[in-house]
Design a binder for this molecule. Structure first.
Ligand SMILES: NC(=O)c1ccc[n+]([C@@H]2O[C@H](COP(=O)([O-])OP(=O)(O)OC[C@H]3O[C@@H](n4cnc5c(N)ncnc54)[C@H](OP(=O)(O)O)[C@@H]3O)[C@@H](O)[C@H]2O)c1
Length: 335
């Protein structure tokens, strides 16, 4: 775990009750991106304890190895599989999806597009896109496309499958999706500065990605429902959770460490931050087309379900998101 600021170490309040209410996930396969720390780590641990086969999609690193060892320790009978997947590279995502297909010949029940980075410097990926947009959205778009036959198979064999995306209250920090953030303009999208309060620079790039995560869910929900598919699409938001997300941003010069410590006192523990994600992955009461979190704008509390919001669930946002994402990955994505 990263130590670039002192976390307030908040008390977990709701996690155990929610976890104990969830059904068994035996005979199901769940793939989660970004399980080396934070919300992805606790989501992976929880679904492994519920009996699922869990695929851990991470870029190769010491953090990936250490978290894998920790998960194996805490889930002694867990069926855990490491899959190399660097979301800053489309080639890596394509290789990862092939590995997922090998492991899940009997279908993939849940794809959880969790991994993310927040308000980092203005840099391009190897593919030329903004590091935040490719990590948080474009690579998840490609991964989802590649996993669609496996999701379809699970939905036929076991009656449903789920695609779970992860947004943030930062989705409100932009009024609309702007084309250039989805284009090959990495490193030329506002510079390394920016204000969290005003939503500029590095924070605008983050807001665009989190708007994209929500709009992607709206697109998937509409397209899958129109096809009478049994695959559901939902999106979680964790409020404000004391994970490594903020620590990484502090290290990168995007947040002041003292301000961050003060701010996080208004948030919740990592485990409580996982509630929305876990309900989307495993709770039978969550329907396709839902956003699940501590209120729509809340920073902490029990995760509740709401309909998707019209500021991203509209034709203009959905058409732009789909067209520009297909253009970025260089492939059509037909559902
Ligand atoms: N914590 C919050 O308050 C908060 C609020 C709103 C939304 N969220 C969302 O929650 C999600 C999870 O974040 P977190 O809070 O749990 O933060 P975290 O502890 O920093 O975890 C982020 C995960 O994403 C992974 N990741 C980053 N870049 C990657 C890449 N190129 N390829 C593969 N994996 C990569 C990290 O792995 P590495 O070890 O390789 O870096 C890590 O496993 C994000 O989508 C974030 O936007 C969090």
């Amino acid at each position: 775990m990263k130590n670039s600021y002192t976390k307030p170490n908040l008390k977990t309040k709701y996690f155990e009750d929610l976890f104990n209410s969830l059904p068994s996930m035996e005979n199901k396969s769940v793939a989660i991106t970004g399980t080396t720390s934070g919300l992805g780590f606790y989501a992976a641990e929880s679904v492994a304890k519920l009996g699922a086969r869990v695929l851990l999609l991470n870029r190769p690193s010491d953090r990936a190895e250490t978290s894998y060892a920790l998960l194996n320790d805490s889930c002694s009978n867990g069926d855990l599989h490491k899959v190399d997947c660097d979301l800053q590279s489309f080639e890596s995502v394509k290789s990862a999806s092939l590995r997922v297909s090998e492991i899940c010949a009997d279908g993939l029940d849940v794809l959880c597009n969790n991994a993310g980075i927040m308000a980092l410097k203005d840099k391009a990926t190897i593919d030329g896109f903004d590091i935040q947009m490719q990590t948080n959205h474009l690579s998840h778009f490609l991964l989802t496309k590649a996993c669609m036959p496996l999701l379809d198979k699970a939905s036929q064999l076991r009656n449903e499958a789920r695609i779970v995306n992860h947004t943030s209250v930062a989705r409100f920090a932009t009024k609309k999706l702007i084309e250039k953030y989805l284009e090959k303009k990495g490193g030329r999208l506002g510079g390394d500065g920016g204000s969290m309060i005003l939503g500029t620079g590095r924070w605008q790039r983050y807001a665009q990605t989190k708007f994209a995560n929500a709009a992607f869910t709206a697109c998937l929900h509409e397209k899958l429902q129109n096809k009478n598919s049994r695959i559901k699409a939902m999106v979680a938001h964790p409020g404000l959770a004391e994970t490594d997300l903020q620590a990484t941003t502090v290290e990168d010069g995007g947040m002041n460490r003292f301000f961050t410590k003060y701010l996080m006192k208004f948030g919740q523990s990592e485990k409580d931050g996982t509630l929305g994600l876990l309900r989307c992955i495993a709770d039978p009461k969550i329907n396709s087309g839902s956003i699940v979190g501590p209120g729509l704008k809340g920073a902490k509390g029990k995760a509740k379900s709401f309909p998707l919001e019209s500021f991203y669930d509209n034709d203009e946002a959905k058409n732009l998101l789909w067209t520009k994402s297909c253009e970025a990955i260089g492939e059509n994505f037909d559902i």
